[in-house]
Design a protein around this ligand. Structure first.
Ligand code: NAD
Ligand code: ZN
Length: 429
């Protein structure tokens, strides 16, 4: 085996002697381990998933081993359980109908929403249940719920026995068109969002459009932010479609909602598969357009803002920033804000006015925190044209503060302020 020895950081005479003592014959032998694993998981779109005639669930579970009887541990979002009281009965009846292929170990309801990701002991509680139920790597954890429940249950499943098969049934717009179809999970810890988590592709994803009907109005709207986002960075034609169908989307009409969710999910899947960085090892995060401020705003608002609501504000702010920085033509910036408002988003929240100890708007700290979470060079995706993302590595503070002023003014019904009305070229970030 041919080896090349490199010793770094050895300085001075004593170390020079040591270096000399390491002859080529004594050099470490390095075996480079290399293998690749193809990742493949189906994302199904259906409705009435627990009707006996609908074989999507049983077929997805048994797709590799159709002859086997598969064990399911179901974790159910409490918000879904409350909105669909008949669901547990329908699920039990479905499993009983396919009793030769499925076995139901338990259905555990858990609190829905961000509370579950913040709850101390939630992961341990799930792991204890998996231990008690003898869930193993050939069993299936089925999580039915919003993005928060899917994230938390996915994390518990990923660390149990170093990875138990996970079937996701996303029940919100955001989870069906974005978070639920991807490869990440996580929980909040030490006051930091998604501080723990893994990259773990699911065994399968099953999107049932019926779940959308029972969502609160704000949750139906919130998830559409991710569709606008992915259209902006990847697909101008989809953006045009969203614009043309904004009134129908704002009325949550079934057909357009299904198309919006499906196309958005498809674009996210395409990006993960062919973006070159499925497990986000690099510094670039194109899918996180508008997210550096959104993550910060979610925290500043103590989760009064839903993820999608915060993303809408973040996208509007970054669109205006791009206009001020001369990256995006002003009419395109207006189209972006106009579409978001047309879908029902508010582009302002009072948490944008919260100040950090140094007197600057606290939201601006989101840039540093975003970089810390990812590591590496600050990389922010902006939009240079509708459908085309553009990466920058520094942000002009004055322009960003001016963008914030512009949003405040727009929300209060005033005309857009002159660019840089409060331009304040304090220390560049
Ligand atoms: N893993 C990822 O890649 C990824 C990506 C984006 C967002 N996320 C995470 O997703 C979470 C947000 O998810 P979300 O927007 O789906 O909201 P959510 O999970 O917070 O759910 C919002 C509310 O809706 C309820 N609910 C869920 N489905 C329902 C239904 N069908 N009918 C009635 N009520 C229902 C829930 O109980 C909850 O109260 C955040 O924690 C965010 O960090 C993860
Ligand atoms: Zn998002």
């Amino acid at each position: 085996m041919e080896q090349e020895l490199q010793i770094e950081g050895l300085e001075g005479e004593a170390n020079a002697a040591e270096t000399a003592a390491v002859t080529a014959a004594e050099a470490a032998e390095v075996i480079v381990q290399r293998f690749t694993m193809a990742v493949e998981y189906p994302v199904a779109f259906t409705s009435r998933m627990f009707d006996h005639g609908n074989t999507t669930l049983v077929d997805l579970i048994g797709r590799h081993e159709p002859e086997k009887r598969h064990r399911l541990f179901v974790v159910l979002d409490g918000g879904v359980a409350a909105a669909r009281p008949e669901l547990v009965q329908q699920l039990s009846s479905y499993v009983a109908f396919y009793g030769d292929r499925l076995e139901l170990l338990a259905v555990d309801p858990v609190p829905g929403g961000e509370a579950i990701k913040n709850q101390a002991g939630a992961v341990e509680g799930l792991l204890q249940r998996m231990l008690d139920l003898a869930v193993d790597r050939h069993s299936y954890v089925v999580a039915i719920g919003g993005g928060a429940v899917l994230d938390l249950v996915g994390y518990a499943a990923a660390i149990c026995h170093r990875g138990v098969r996970m079937l996701r049934v996303p029940t919100t717009v955001l989870a069906q068109n974005d978070s639920g179809v991807g490869v990440k999970n996580g929980a909040n810890a030490f006051g930091v969002k998604n501080f723990v988590g893994t990259f773990a592709p699911p065994f399968a994803v099953l999107n049932d459009s019926d779940f959308i009907a029972t969502l609160q109005r704000r949750d139906k709207i919130a998830g559409m932010a991710e569709a606008v986002k992915v259209a902006l960075i990847r697909d101008g034609a989809f953006f045009n479609w969203l614009e043309a169908n904004a009134p129908a989307l704002a009325r949550f009409e079934g057909g357009v909602m299904r198309h919006m969710i499906r196309r958005c999910a498809e674009l996210h899947l395409q990006h993960i598969a062919s973006g070159g960085d499925p497990f986000e090892r690099g510094s670039a995060r194109p899918l996180d357009y508008g997210h550096w401020s959104a993550h910060k705003l979610e925290g500043l608002s103590h989760h009064d803002l839903r993820h999608g609501e915060a993303v809408a504000i973040g996208m509007a702010m970054d669109a205006r920033y791009a206009v001020l920085a001369g990256i995006l033509p002003a009419p395109e910036g207006e189209r972006i804000c106009g579409l978001l408002e047309g879908l029902g988003f508010s582009l302002w929240h009072d948490s944008l006015d919260m100040l950090a100890v140094d007197g600057r708007p606290a939201v601006i700290d989101g840039l540093r925190e975003f970089q810390e979470h990812l590591g590496g060079e600050l990389t922010i995706t902006l939009i240079e044209a509708i459908g085309r993302g553009f990466e920058v590595h520094s942000i002009n503070n004055g322009h960003m503060l001016a963008a914030l002023d512009w949003l405040r003014d727009r929300a209060s019904g005033g005309g857009a302020m002159e660019d840089g009305a409060r331009r304040n070229e304090v220390s560049a970030l």
